[in-house]
Design a protein around this ligand. Structure first.
Ligand code: NAP
Ligand code: MG
Length: 470
């Protein structure tokens, strides 16, 4: 049986190069994490390549059974996994945070296992006969970020394994222990060599993974600049790519809303995981006629949500995961303040504290061209922009190069759907923001990336379509 201590001992560095891991809530040293080099990565890729044919030779039913066993193992270790995730990432145990994330790992693994993908008959008439099959690609290289480190890693791993690929994953350096623990638990039941993990710097290990001719597909979730580097690095091998990149999601509140009724969903759309979520609401455009009411209802909700050390059960917001992210949020809010925007809540961090806590912050009456609006803050500070003409709000929402998610808020679903259809984003939610479902395809428009994860589309994206005709 896994306990927090036994899991931590399993994933802590025993020898070689290491990196100190500090609790972002307290600054306390948690453990030493291993830092691997490119030679270790190459050995892992070779192992994954050697194992792949036997994994692909299993029947679909056998791989499905393995995925369910892996989900059972995660479920059995859920509490120690959540504790480690909370300590390393900072997110609280409670709320839509660490326990929720581990639960998501179980749900997405089972969904990847249970989604049917039968052979499709494309043409069957006097003109011909053609079937579409989905073959394994080979070895999938996965690179994950630090905000939802376990869940996003599972999004990359589970469909890849289902489709007969083996996997080499490189976790973010800032959340290495969490992903090492998840993989260790899954490897209690998976065959040796099917799921491999190599922690190390993005600039060396990550880069080498994207350049390897033995990698057939890269599943990457992270920032847009790194995504562009991966496109270049992988081009010589024509490596397949799924890129889930940065976002700066807009929400548009139409004049007919009931501000009190939407305030809580607006709050969680923006502040889930303390704002460190790719598809969180990051700029909110509110019609002038309801602007003051929406701001005050949102402030009422926001002021009552407890932030603090993740292991304390009452907290549902935590620290920023790392200091550079704290500094980004701090810089953007300070610049908004200097421009004359109105801080309704927060905006006054204790910069000397040991933890990376940035208070829940609402910034109203902000110019739409301010950096807090235009840049991805990835933290607990929401700019709220006043508009009078919905065409102008749509224009501003679409003006950025990113387009991951968006939302429209209205009492009239048909009116909201009309606005939704005009927004350039991979997902547009109506009267909510950011909710994901394992069967509903997720991914970005424009520079938020390409490819879709989840459901049938997600399975197809980690396979090679092959037509058998005649
Ligand atoms: P990041 O800096 O791009 O890092 C992501 C991963 O890429 C990390 O594992 C990183 O390793 C690795 N990496 C860095 N340089 C690399 C290189 N040259 N070659 C290969 N890999 C490299 O992003 P982040 O700061 O961790 O995450 C925040 C960003 O991710 C935000 O923009 C957010 O919107 C985006 N995100 C998008 C989604 C989505 O689904 N679209 C989901 C979550 C987050 P190191 O840890 O060693 O740097
Ligand atoms: Mg980074």
């Amino acid at each position: 049986m896994n306990t927090y201590d036994s899991l931590l001992a399993t994933v802590s560095a025993q020898s070689g190069e290491t990196r100190e891991v500090f609790d972002p809530a307290t600054g306390e040293l948690i453990a030493e994490a291993p830092v691997n080099d490119v030679a270790t990565l190459e050995a892992a890729i070779d192992k994954a390549e050697a194992t792949q044919p036997s994994w692909a030779a299993l029947s679909d039913e056998e791989r499905i059974a393995y995925l369910h066993k892996a989900a059972d193992a995660i479920e059995a270790a859920a509490e120690p996994l959540a504790e480690l995730l909370s300590r390393e990432q900072g997110k609280p145990l409670n709320g839509p945070n660490a326990r929720f994330e581990v639960g998501g790992c179980v749900a997405w693994t089972r969904a990847a296992a249970d989604t049917p993908l039968p052979v499709e008959v494309i043409v069957d008439d006097e003109s011909g006969y053609a079937e579409m099959h989905y073959r394994p690609l080979g070895v999938v290289g996965a690179i994950s970020p630090w905000n939802w480190p376990m869940m996003i890693s599972i999004w990359q791993i589970a469909p890849s394994l289902r489709m007969g690929n083996t996997v080499v994953i490189k976790p973010a350096e800032t959340t290495t222990l969490s992903v090492l623990a998840l993989v260790a638990v899954m490897n209690e039941v998976l065959p040796e060599g099917v799921l491999n993990i190599v922690p190390g710097p993005g600039s060396t290990v990550g880069d080498a993974l994207t350049r390897s001719p033995k990698i057939s597909k890269i599943m990457f979730t992270g920032s847009t600049p790194v995504g562009k580097r991966i496109i270049e690095a992988s081009a010589p091998n024509v490596t397949r790519l799924t890129l889930e990149l940065g976002g700066n999601d807009a929400g548009i509140v139409l004049p007919d809303v009931d501000p009190a009724a939407i305030a809580e969903d607006l709050f969680w759309g923006a502040f889930i995981n303390t704002g460190q979520t790719c598809a969180a609401l990051k700029r909110l455009y509110v019609h002038d006629s309801v602007y003051d009411a929406v701001v005050s209802e949102l402030a009422k909700v926001a002021a009552a949500v407890p932030m603090g050390v993740g292991l304390e059960e009452q907290n549902v917001l935590g620290p920023l995961q790392n200091r550079p992210q704290f500094d980004i949020v701090d810089r953007l809010v300070e610049s908004a303040k200097a421009s004359g925007a109105r801080v309704v809540l927060g905006g006054d961090p204790d910069r000397e504290a040991a933890g990376n806590f940035y208070p829940t912050t609402l910034v109203a009456d902000i110019d739409p061209q301010q950096d807090l609006v235009l840049e991805e803050q990835f933290g607990p500070a929401l700019p709220i922009i006043r508009y009078t003409d919905v065409d102008e709000a749509v224009r501003l929402a679409n003006a950025l190069e990113v387009g991951l998610g968006a939302s429209v808020w209205s009492a009239d679903r048909d009116a909201a759907r009309k606005v939704a259809a005009r927004l350039e984003a991979g997902t547009v939610w109506i009267n909510s923001h950011g909710g994901l479902h394992p069967m509903i395809p997720f991914g970005g428009a424009k520079q938020s990336g390409y490819g879709r994860e989840f459901g049938v589309m997600g399975l197809k994206s980690v396979a090679e379509p092959q037509v058998i005709s005649g």
